[in-house]
Design a protein around this ligand. Structure first.
Ligand code: FES
Length: 168
């Protein structure tokens, strides 16, 4: 049985960790707590990095090796973003109904990167999520950590263009 360790602070005061914390509290003692927690981190941050995995290990009081083992075993976990920028497109039911597929297709047309891929120039990684927990905002995406809801393809491409050009 996993007993969450309440004394560990999140890696930063990024408010997305609050959502991850809710998942940890909800699944604290269940057998699936690790997988659910990793899902939550990935859905909000787009990928799992060393800092996040270390935090999850401490928080759930598990050996880091076990956390790495699970994160690398399942193909739906992404260990690090290939691209400089990350766009997570929610592909859950509500978002799918409200046009997530068109967003994914239009990103692929514009940038040549499908879900799980990074553009050839390394600027953008496109990732999918099951449900970001913001179904009222469907279709929802998370661009470099910013949630954008009710987004159209045109707005999404314009936002991505802006993010990519910003550091060009
Ligand atoms: S299905 Fe997309 S936020 Fe829930």
């Amino acid at each position: 049985m996993i007993m969450p360790n309440k004394k560990i602070d999140p890696p930063s005061d990024d408010k997305r960790w609050k959502v991850v914390e809710t998942t940890i509290r909800r699944n604290g003692s269940s057998a699936g707590a690790l997988i659910e927690t990793l899902h939550s981190v990935q859905e909000w941050f787009g990928y799992l990095d060393d800092q996040a995995l270390t935090y999850v290990a401490h928080r759930l009081m598990l050996p880091l090796s076990k956390v790495y083992g699970v994160a690398t075993f399942y193909h739906f976990f992404t260990l690090k973003p290939g691209g400089k920028h990350t766009c997570v497109v929610c592909n859950g039911t509500a978002c799918y109904i409200k046009g997530a597929k068109k967003l994914i297709d239009d990103i692929a047309d514009q940038y040549g990167a499908k879900l799980g891929e990074t553009t050839k120039d390394g600027e953008l990684s496109v990732l999918g999520a099951r449900c970001l927990g913001s179904c009222g905002l469907a279709p929802a995406v998370v661009i470099d950590g910013d949630v954008k809801g009710n987004i159209s393809s045109e707005d999404l491409i314009a936002t991505l263009q802006g993010v990519i050009n910003h550091d060009a």
